[in-house]
Design a protein around this ligand. Structure first.
Ligand SMILES: NC(=O)C1=CN([C@@H]2O[C@H](COP(=O)(O)OP(=O)(O)OC[C@H]3O[C@@H](n4cnc5c(N)ncnc54)[C@H](OP(=O)(O)O)[C@@H]3O)[C@@H](O)[C@H]2O)[C@@H](O)CC1
Ligand SMILES: [K+]
Length: 505
């Protein structure tokens, strides 16, 4: 099996709603701290963020449910009142009593203000003005069914306003770890969540409702994470540094492998050049490009460090340690032949991208030939062609996990938070920015990951480190470019600084 296990990034585990409640209980028992004081700490972290935002004298309208998310809202309302903000509180009434911590905070708030209103039906909805700041504390991680009736109507009322909306922990109506598509969900400008990423914030379908995501440290005890199993985690700098192997002083080009990039065709040679450029900059000892002979001069003049195999003379895998195949290849019969030959003859893991994936999608028998440990790098459309249409982002992620196990491959599902799936588990990358949403970004990722494979990184490590470096280089490129102006070559040119960042720790 090509499974690789990293267990040194406990902090970055992504918990289910149930595990989040377990963490809460663990902290209460072991710190120890009372639950109402933990709620106070969470509320203080929210209030500190809110009061640093220059909302000047804008009025706050705080909407609360009767669970602990509502309790957070009541505590924030009190803290804002204590700092002399104009605060009105609206509690959605279901008949049932609030949780203990909600009731305690309601009592504390009653001692400060009478501006507390219970919403019994739609007639009690307050007018929300453009100038208001809405705090959404209706439902948090305890949501267990889609909102309907009064709560759905209230969410719609908030969403129809032009007020600035801050959601506490999660936009109300959004499930933590499954799809909320077509449900009533608050559309937040900012979401203040606690302690870690939650799965719901890592998928594109929730981006508009989440707004800007801020993760607040509320001091939950890290010890809880040691023994719990999660399907997902995020890859942070510390885990990546464990993977990274700095070059050794007494080494030579042979120490870092020979990468072969099979890419490019008429009209798409840029993709091949970018992939090879990235491969060179990501440290492969030698980089050879397999290209149609008509483009030999272009390669020699743009990338004198690269060697060439002429496509007309056939493919050779002699002394090749890693293959990257697909960028700009086209989907014609000649490309089909190249892919079939590579899958049949090359027996080490390869990076399979772009048109190579498209060809495998239309010739499904080829997927059985993929060498174990190979790395597939589809964007969502390519993924759909390969594995079928998903109803939502969560279903697509689930399929990626299953297919990674079934094919014994690493799947890099590209997105804002790129997923690296291996043997049924998933890691989300957190570097990168929207400047990467451009032609060429995928080609350079293929080059980087192929270079890392050539340097004998385990395929999973190559995928994780490659995706991280690609995003980090894009973040560094922003120092001189904007997200609009950044192009793939800028990212390649920042790979040096990205590696440098890893070295410095
Ligand atoms: N864990 C932590 O680290 C910390 C957590 N903290 C905070 O606690 C929050 C979680 O609180 P919570 O568990 O009380 O749940 P919450 O989201 O307030 O829901 C309340 C109740 O609503 C109900 N309900 C569910 N769906 C519904 C629906 N569609 N329509 C109507 N009702 C529905 C359901 O009860 P049911 O009706 O099923 O009996 C549920 O129990 C968390 O998000 C964070 O803000 C911090 O204070 C401290 C650190
Ligand atoms: K909320």
């Amino acid at each position: 099996m090509y499974t690789f296990i990293i267990n040194y990034c406990e902090r970055m585990k992504i918990l289910s709603a149930q595990q989040i409640h377990g963490w809460d209980a663990y902290t209460i028992a072991n710190e120890p701290i009372t639950s109402v004081n933990l709620m106070e700490r969470a509320a203080t972290a929210c209030t500190d963020y809110i009061t640093q935002q220059n909302f000047f004298n804008k009025p706050f309208k705080v909407f609360c449910g009767k669970g602990n998310n509502g309790g957070d809202g009541l505590a924030v309302a009190r803290q804002l009142l204590q700092q002399h903000f104009d605060v009105s509180v609206y509690i959605i009434e279901f008949g049932a009593a609030g949780t203990g911590d909600f009731q305690t905070n309601l009592q504390r708030l009653h001692e400060l203000t009478v501006n507390i209103h219970f919403i019994q039906d739609e007639g009690f909805f307050p007018v929300i003005n453009k100038n208001d700041i809405v705090i959404d504390a209706l439902f948090g991680s305890g949501l267990n069914r889609p909102l309907k009736d009064l709560s759905a109507a209230l969410v719609q009322h908030i969403n129809q306003s032009e007020a600035f909306v801050i959601s506490i922990d999660v936009p109300s109506g959004m499930f933590i770890d499954k799809s909320s598509i077509n449900n009533a969900v608050v559309r937040a400008n900012v979401t203040l969540t606690f302690q870690q990423y939650k799965l719901c914030f890592l998928v594109a379908e929730n981006a508009e409702n989440t707004g800007k995501l801020i993760i607040l440290d509320i001091g939950l005890l890290p010890g809880f994470l040691n023994d719990i199993e999660t399907v997902f985690q995020t890859a942070d700098a510390a885990s990546i540094q464990h993977i990274y192997k700095p070059r050794k002083p007494f080494s030579h080009k042979g120490s870092y492998g020979h990468a072969l990039i099979i890419a490019g065709n008429t009209g798409k040679m840029g993709a091949a050049l970018m992939a090879a450029h990235a491969c060179l900059r990501a440290g492969a000892g030698l980089t050879t490009l397999n290209i149609p002979s008509a483009f030999l001069n272009a390669v020699h003049s743009h990338l004198p460090e690269a060697m060439c195999q002429l496509r007309e003379n056939g493919l050779s895998f002699e002394k090749i340690n890693a293959v990257g195949i697909g960028p700009g290849l086209g989907t014609g019969d000649d490309s089909l032949q190249l892919i079939e030959q590579t899958l049949n003859e090359y027996k080490l893991p390869s990076v399979i991208d772009a048109d190579a994936l498209n060809i495998i999608s239309t010739h499904k028998r080829l997927s059985r030939l993929i060498t174990p440990g190979s790395i597939l790098t589809p964007h969502p459309k390519e993924f759909e062609r390969l594995f079928g249409k998903a109803e939502n982002d969560f279903e697509r992620i689930d399929t990626a996990l299953k297919k990674s196990a079934e094919l014994n491959c690493v799947i890099i599902l590209k997105g804002t938070y790129t997923l690296i799936a291996q043997n049924g588990k998933g890691w989300f990358n957190t570097t990168g920015n929207a400047g990467l949403a451009k032609g060429g970004s995928g080609d350079i990722l293929t080059g980087i990951v192929t270079a890392l494979l050539a340097q004998k990184y385990h395929p999973f490590e190559a995928a994780l480190l490659g995706v991280y470096l690609h995003g980090l280089a894009a973040d560094i490129a922003l120092e001189k470019q904007s997200q609009e102006s950044m192009i793939a070559s800028d990212v390649v040119n920042c790979l040096g600084a990205a590696f440098g960042g890893l070295l410095m720790g």
